[in-house]
Design a protein around this ligand. Structure first.
Ligand code: UD2
Length: 347
């Protein structure tokens, strides 16, 4: 009997051992038999929503709007990237058509804004102007990351729109506040937003809305071209230029210079962006390097490899101190003039 047991054990080992070795050394075999996909509430969200929200555009029947043309339109600006993503300028879209398509989708748009330390002073105007221009008529949930949750201004919000404070620590360095944004955005998406939000936009607080920022801005991964560099040669872009950094962009590379102060898209796309930038920023910090423009540098590196599916023109983030150029027909959102020495914790 004991001999039979031994024979059984040895033959079992002879079968199992090669299988185990094969599993570890040949990934294709492994993938054939074992599902490798990480199942999280977030990935379930992604599967459920991505197709219906982003790619299927249904217009209501009998909707009347101006006849579109494919032979006339804006000629003073480029309205499509070399990878055929639209570049959104005034005159390239029909707002009525866009809103009608997205109204039927019953979407929720989240917006994040950081108001740490004295930057809380910009929040009231940001929120008041957002009420007038940012996705008016849609469900919007604004999250304010702040170390001063008790100082949130009282702003009357329309039905379907709400404001939530998300406490974050103070910091002695503005660079750290700016840099940690990706980390907190990732955290918010994982903990909260995956349950109900479809799109997210991450915006600078020292800014205000002047005119419509609406459904025309929705897309998978959405970037805004920086107003300071949209006419410049790529050699002038302030990318991170030290190869030791994970934000490095080599000379002769890079499409546009994008703003750190406004980006967004589908929740799962922004989650991927925030997670990657956060982890690269952390790895850089371990190596003792901080990218030239913190998370903006990492975002630019990310967008060079992961091309945005929609690019917003500088109408979507202008700077109040800049003269307006003729191709900019409308300013939708702009950064206010500020005295850095008076508002930042360090200079
Ligand atoms: C640029 C970018 C900004 C960021 C930064 C580099 C634009 C228009 N702005 O702006 O997004 O990439 O360069 O790090 O693209 N903040 C606080 N408390 C502080 C300091 C900053 O809450 O004490 C938050 C706040 O939301 C602010 C944002 O961080 O809007 C960016 O800081 P900034 O506006 O001082 O940076 P700035 O103007 O250099």
């Amino acid at each position: 009997m004991q001999l039979v047991n031994k024979i059984l054990l040895v033959s079992l080992l002879l079968v199992v051992l090669p299988l185990v070795l094969y599993y570890y050394f040949f990934p294709t075999f492994r993938d054939l038999f074992f599902e490798q996909k990480e199942i999280t509430p977030f990935s379930r969200y992604a599967e459920r929503n991505i197709l219906s929200q982003e790619f299927h555009l249904v217009a209501p029947d009998h909707l009347k709007y101006n006849q579109p043309s494919i032979v006339s339109g804006r000629t003073d600006v480029v309205t499509v990237t070399p990878w055929l993503a639209p570049v959104v300028w005034e005159g390239t879209f029909d707002p009525v058509l866009f809103d009608s398509i997205y109204k039927q989708k019953n979407i929720t748009i989240a917006a994040t804004v950081f108001a740490v330390g004295k930057y809380i002073m910009f929040l009231k105007e940001f929120l008041e102007t957002a009420e007038k221009h940012f996705f008016v008529g849609f469900r919007v949930h604004v999250f304010v990351f702040t170390d001063r949750p008790n100082e949130l201004p009282q702003v009357k919000m329309a039905a379907g729109r709400q404001l939530t404070a998300y406490p974050v620590p103070s910091s002695k360095r503005w660079q750290e506040i700016s840099a940690r944004r990706m980390e907190f955005i990732q955290e918010l998406i994982e903990k909260e937003l995956h349950k109900y939000a479809d799109y997210i936009f991450c915006l600078d607080v020292d800014s205000r809305f002047h005119s419509r920022w609406g459904t025309e801005s929705l897309g998978g991964l959405v970037a805004v071209v920086h107003p300071g560099y949209y006419r410049a040669d790529r050699s002038e872009f302030p990318y991170e230029r030290r190869p030791e950094s994970r934000a490095y962009v080599a000379p002769g590379e890079g499409d546009f210079y994008y703003c750190g102060g406004a980006f967004g898209g589908l929740l799962q796309e922004v989650h991927q962006l925030a997670k990657t930038c956060h982890s690269n920023f952390k790895a850089d910090a371990t190596d003792g390097i901080e990218a030239a423009w913190q998370e903006e540098s990492h975002l630019n590196r990310y967008m060079w490899i992961n091309k945005p599916s929609k690019v917003l023109s500088p109408e979507y983030l202008w700077q109040d101190f800049k003269n307006i150029n003729p191709e900019v027909k409308i300013i939708r959102f702009s950064g206010v003039i500020k005295n850095y020495a008076a508002i930042r914790p360090n200079v």
